[in-house]
Design a protein around this ligand. Sequence first.
Ligand code: NDP
Ligand code: 8X3
Length: 249
Amino acid sequence: MTKTAFITGASSGIGRATAVALGHAGFRLVLTGRRRERLEELAQELNNVPTHLLTFDVRDRQAVEAAVQSLPAEFQDIDVLINNAGNAHGLAPIQDGDPQDWDDMMDGNVKGLLYVSKAVLPSMTRRNVGHIINIGSIAGHETYANGNVYCASKAAVAALTKGMRLDLLPHNIRVAEVNPGAVETEFSQVRFKGDTARAATVYQGFEPLKAEDVAELIQFMVTRPAHVNIAEVLILPAAQAAATVIKKA
Ligand code: NDP
Ligand code: 8X3
């Protein structure tokens, strides 16, 4: 039977690559993000895959609830939720941090994940089935200088993943966390507010992960038999040993 996957942040990077991987693996897809035109372009690329697009900001609880409520019948039974939407905003010592950046990270990476999960979970608990993958980060397990609030937001994702796994156990819902190291996406462009030259330096001198590398892992995780939960994975470029320890040429 065709399963339905709901992917947040499908308009770019890891979420987009995961949509392509799961679409090719035979999933029906609910694809979400704020940039509608990006989602439409992706749906066109996935032309034989049944897709439904939802455009909302994960920080807006009412918008999240309304979007999930609006799903057509054939997309309502969600089997897999990929909580991927999120970004870093800024990289500064705590004393110089911009509170707007802090709000964006805590509201998006933490509260957004909660709002989406809360809205989607009834379709899983009602059927006692489901699989949730939260995209954390190496930054949630290792705090680095100037990473302060981003690291805290991803540490919250790690704690929430464990909490969700415990609470959803009675409903047979598998909950897992994928923690990437450096992946070349739009992540650093967003972190550095469109400074593409600075963003590019993050990935210079070594081979970073591609979004597709993470997507392949996610595809593997969500296609395991029902009794298997790969609960936590750290995925790094071979040149990376720790959050800020990267062997560069
Ligand atoms: P991208 O910037 O390429 O993609 C981020 C995605 O999240 C976009 O689709 C964006 O969509 C969506 N998004 C961001 N904020 C919001 C919001 N407020 N509401 C709705 N959607 C939102 O970055 P990545 O693919 O790299 O990031 C995906 C996840 O992976 C993030 O959670 C990130 O923290 C995590 N991660 C990334 C790493 C990396 O090195 N790249 C490493 C470890 C973790 P849109 O703008 O259209 O709304
Ligand atoms: C993204 C990886 O190391 O830039 O979560 O925080 S890092």
